[in-house]
Design a protein around this ligand. Structure first.
Ligand code: AMP
Ligand code: MG
Length: 391
């Protein structure tokens, strides 16, 4: 049994295939940026009005102002503002020459057919100045970021319609177990529905990797080996679930070895998730994840996810916070790192959800965090601070 930190280090130091591709903006969401992005323009590109109002010269603001033109957004001013003149201007339109402020419409009143008067004591400039947000040529997005909608806006604004992103690792999923039937089937007396594959599929889909579900491998050495062999030919990462414990039909580690994978570890000091096998063959990685669905979920989050992000050139940094427990928490054994599903309360405390063990997927559905109870710690006092990762 190795500590979780060593398992993570081992996984992250595996060799893997890398590469990049160009994708249009419409396909960039959730991908990892593979190039630094610099702006090809100043932002704003010109001095522009921040309000709807009247562009004029500050020294004239208490005089009656003649309106000499109307400047709409997208239209260049045609006239120069001279003494006691102004131009009616819309938000986002270019400030005309001679003007150094914009009086807000709400702060003026009509004083004649074609003139206005300012009715307040003072005004801000109400101008967004050229290049005040971003200078042409400056770095706006760094290689390695996970592209979110707000990054898409930046890419669009700097004219990056096509973006270089990291290739998506190819992931295959196989569940093992004679007791498993698929969600669209009615389980027989000794059967259960396969939930792991679908959960893993969803976890991988959420990361925008390429994922393929290979089906259920019966508890048969040859079937397991064949499916693993096929999957490892076409994928960078193979995820198997079940068949990794001490049962008579737990063939996964042996079949990984027979397929040519070098086993890196077989058990981790973590709860849930102790029977987690990891193997490597050239630049391919195979995980034998625990059969229990909560354990499978946790190990994907803690081990597989950081690896897949690393393969895409992105350092995974989940939101971690030290938070106080809302109640006392006790556990019987403390020789493993414990990962427990918790609810993060609005008062900033966390509460463990009612949890009967690693098959209790229902508990996970109510949790929005995972609390980490370190090795050697059997009791968490009420109010004691513990690391919590948001999920
Ligand atoms: P195993 O490691 O194969 O002994 O499986 C451990 C436990 O997880 C058993 O109770 C299995 O029935 C259950 N299990 C295994 N695979 C799945 C799966 N794909 N979906 C739901 N439960 C599973
Ligand atoms: Mg099994």
């Amino acid at each position: 049994m190795i500590p979780f930190e060593i398992a993570l280090e081992t996984v992250l130091s595996c060799k893997y295939a890398t590469g990049t591709e160009k994708v249009p903006l419409t396909s960039a969401l959730g991908r990892v940026l593979a190039e630094d992005i610099r702006s090809d323009i100043d932002m704003p590109p010109f001095n522009k009005s921040a309000v709807d109002g009247y562009a004029c010269c500050r020294r004239d603001i208490f005089n009656e102002l003649e309106i000499i033109e109307v400047i709409a957004a997208g239209k260049a001013p045609e006239k120069i503002i001279s003494d006691n003149q102004c131009a009616k201007i819309m938000t986002g339109a270019m400030i005309p020459q001679g003007a150094d402020c914009v009086l807000m419409v709400e702060h003026t009143e009509k004083s004649g057919e074609n003139s206005i008067k300012f009715i307040k004591a003072d005004t801000a400039a109400n101008i967004a100045y050229a290049a005040e947000d971003v200078k042409k040529g400056s770095l706006v997005l760094e290689k390695g970021i996970l592209i979110k909608p707000e990054h898409i806006a930046i890419l669009a604004a700097v004219g990056c319609y096509e973006t270089e992103v990291s290739l998506q690792p190819k992931v295959s999923i196989i569940s093992t177990g004679d007791e498993l039937v698929e969600p669209y089937q009615i389980p027989g007396a000794s059967q259960i529905r396969n939930s792991n594959s679908w959960q893993l599929l969803a976890q991988a889909q959420q990361m925008h990797v390429k994922v393929k579900y290979e089906g259920i491998a019966r508890d048969d050495e040859e079937i397991t080996r064949h499916m693993l062999e096929d999957a490892s030919e076409t994928s960078d990462v193979v995820l198997l679930t079940g068949g990794v414990s001490m049962g008579d039909f737990d063939f996964v580690p042996e079949m990984m070895m027979k397929t040519g994978f070098e086993i890196l570890f077989r058990t981790i000091a973590i709860q849930p998730g102790k029977p987690t096998v990891c193997g490597r063959k050239d630049n391919k990685i195979c995980f034998g994840l625990p059969g229990n669905p909560v354990a499978s979920f946790v190990i994907f989050e803690l081990l597989v996810k950081p690896l897949l992000y690393k393969m895409m050139g992105c350092e995974f940094s989940p939101r971690l916070l030290r938070m106080p427990f809302a109640h006392e928490y006790k556990r019987r054994i403390s020789e493993r790192l414990s990962v427990i599903p918790v609810v993060i309360n609005s008062d900033g405390t966390v509460e463990s959800v009612s949890y009967h063990g690693s098959a209790h997927i229902h508990a996970l559905a109510y949790a929005n965090g995972m609390a980490f109870i370190p090795i050697g710690k059997a009791v968490v006092e009420k109010g004691e601070f513990i690391d919590v990762r948001f999920i």
